[in-house]
Design a protein around this ligand. Structure first.
Ligand code: FAD
Length: 546
């Protein structure tokens, strides 16, 4: 009988254990977890702190007893694996309750130790009393108890990633005044700036004190004061540090297993490390970016769960490859949903990969049926081939579905030219006969097919400042809410009468509210022999980034 040892008993580890048992009723499977709990709902932790999830038990997806009984596993909690001896195919285990250590041999070893919150040596960090990070149930209990008992009035959340944003909302839900400090110029790294800007406005609207382009310099008065690099001094009753995670790679490194630049354990497509009897999965591993094929770290639950199953299949000879991580992700930020898949502009720019983008602003379902709300949807693609590099969406409804459809399209190898042909479910409460994904495909397809050229929100100011022509084809009343400085207003329905007043020897730029009337105007002008570019995403994309 095969003896398989798993290190880490939560997302990746538990999934692997269950699949292993289903593949082999006779295997000897031992799962070691250094903490008290296995298979808990990491992703639900912020919502228990915010009291949306009221019952703590609900976070414990599986207990040691229930999982051992169902899958006949040897699960050992409070048991830290401290060393791997590859020559003798054994590990050293420390029982954290009794301080005993012992050795256990393996035929195959699976590492799923996860990633831990980054705790940089910021001056004053060791003295800060109410400074928290959030990874597991004990962290959650500490934060919740502090809020319940100490009733903090103010909190500083450091870092505007998923956990930081979710915690900002949940702390706010507990009546705490939240300051969010983010070093870069935007929250939510998987999306690009102009998309994140929608969230910035929303956070401010909800009363979050949002500080961008500034990092934490030091903590003073036992963590009662946060000093930023730009010299801000923020009084606070608690601090949540959520600036990212780093892989738990010590075991692997000490055993001579290969790790990448950012510390992720390197594995092949079968999830094997450089030792063929040692596999690694989850947040601790370096993965291949599905879109650009470069090594990267994407600590999310889907990859951990998928890899947990695949690793078991591979141990049992069924060669299922892990093809890389697309990074499809989603978060709730107060009333908004933010989601993304694949590569964004920042990543493609860094890798020098040429791309084109479109921004559209459709509604979540038929506008005439109550409750429709706008979705800002951005598609990033290759202008030559139409290959979809990625997509991002922000809105209050229907965002998840659109990003999931596009994520599926990417994995299915579809291009932007295929998106109009996706026959998606429609009735007025759910969508439109041309779903937002279809629309994104039409708009992107127009560019790939050379039917229209666009100019982007971040290019137009400079063009106008240098004397370029810009025509705003909205109706005059719409301009009361703002317009691009230097734009000349010619409402679309009047455009055909004004053709003689427009220059044929230079590029005319056109904008409207969301890009649709601009597109119609562009076609009218092109057909009349003008050189035209439409402002992609219109005033809406341009102004959200202001
Ligand atoms: P983990 O689930 O972290 O499990 C690793 C376990 O290994 C830990 O319990 C650790 O104690 C144990 N361990 C480590 N070293 C040893 C050792 N030497 N010996 C024994 N045991 C060891 N992802 C999403 O996709 N969507 C979300 O909404 C989302 N929300 C999240 C919210 C929070 C607050 C957190 C913390 C994470 C969230 N994630 C989310 C990320 C997701 O939880 C992780 O990607 C996933 O849990 C990774 O699985 P894993 O098995 O690699 O690591």
């Amino acid at each position: 009988n095969k003896k398989i040892i798993i290190v880490g008993g939560v997302a990746g580890g538990s999934t692997a254990a269950a699949r292993l048992r289903r593949l082999d009723e006779n295997a000897n499977i031992i799962m070691f977890e250094k903490g008290e709990y296995i298979s808990f709902a990491n992703c639900g932790l912020p919502y228990y702190i915010g009291e949306t999830i009221k019952d703590r038990e609900k976070l414990l997806v599986q207990t040691v007893d229930s999982m051992s009984a169902r899958y006949n596993l040897d699960i050992r909690t409070f048991s830290e694996v401290t060393q791997i001896d590859r020559t003798n195919k054994s590990i050293k285990v420390s029982n954290l309750q009794t301080n005993e250590t012992y050795v256990e041999t393996y035929d195959e070893l699976i590492l799923s130790p996860g990633a831990r919150p980054i705790l940089p040596p910021i001056p004053g960090i060791d003295e800060a009393r109410a400074l928290f990070t959030l990874r597991n149930i004990p962290d959650t209990d500490k934060i919740k108890a502090y809020i319940d008992e100490q009733k903090p009035k103010q909190a500083v959340v450091v870092g505007g990633g998923f956990i930081g944003l979710e915690m900002a909302e949940n702390l706010h839900d507990r009546g705490i005044e939240v300051t969010l400090v983010e070093m870069s110029n935007q929250v939510m790294a998987p999306i690009d700036y102009e998309m994140a800007a929608i969230i910035h406005h929303h956070l401010v609207e909800k009363g979050v004190n949002l500080i961008l382009n500034d990092g934490v310099n030091s903590f003073k008065n036992n963590g009662k004061k946060v000093i930023t690099n730009n010299g801000r001094e923020i009084e606070t009753d608690m601090i949540l540090l959520s600036i990212g995670v780093r892989p738990e790679n010590e075991l692997a490194v000490n055993a001579g297993l290969n790790v990448g630049d950012r510390g992720g354990i390197q594995v092949n497509e079968s999830l094997q490390t450089n030792d063929p009897n040692i596999y690694a999965i989850g947040d601790a591993v370096e993965v291949k970016d599905y879109t650009n094929k470069q090594p990267t770290m994407i600590p999310l639950a889907w990859p951990a769960n998928r890899q947990g199953r695949i690793v078991a299949d591979n141990i049992y000879g069924e060669k299922v490859r892990y093809n890389g991580t697309l990074g499809t992700s989603i978060a709730k930020v107060f009333d908004y949903t933010v989601a993304a898949t694949g590569n964004n502009e920042k990543t493609l720019n860094r890798l020098d990969i040429p791309y084109q983008v479109v921004h559209i602003h459709p509604v979540s379902h038929a506008g005439y049926y109550p409750g429709a709300s706008p979705i800002a949807l951005k598609l990033v693609f290759d202008q030559e081939t139409g290959k979809i590099y990625g997509a991002q969406a922000v809105g209050t409804d229907g965002v998840d579905k659109r990003i999931d459809v596009i994520a599926t399209a990417i994995k299915g190898g579809l291009t932007v030219l295929d998106l109009p042909d996706l026959e998606l479910a429609y009735a007025p409460p759910y969508s439109s006969a041309k779903d937002p994904v279809n629309m994104a495909g039409y708009v992107a397809g127009n560019i790939v097919e050379g039917f229209i050229e666009t100019v982007q929100w971040n290019e137009i100011d400079e063009i106008v400042a240098n004397g370029g022509v810009l025509i705003d084809v909205r109706n005059q009343v719409e301009l009361e809410n703002g317009f691009i400085t230097g734009a000349k207003n010619i409402p679309l329905d009047d455009l055909r009468n004004q053709l003689d007043n427009l220059p044929k020897d230079e590029t005319i730029h056109v904008n409207c509210q969301v890009g649709l009337r601009g597109y119609i105007a562009t076609r009218i002008l092109q057909e009349n022999g003008y050189n035209v570019k439409n402002l992609d995403g219109g005033w809406k994309t341009y102004s959200s980034a202001l």
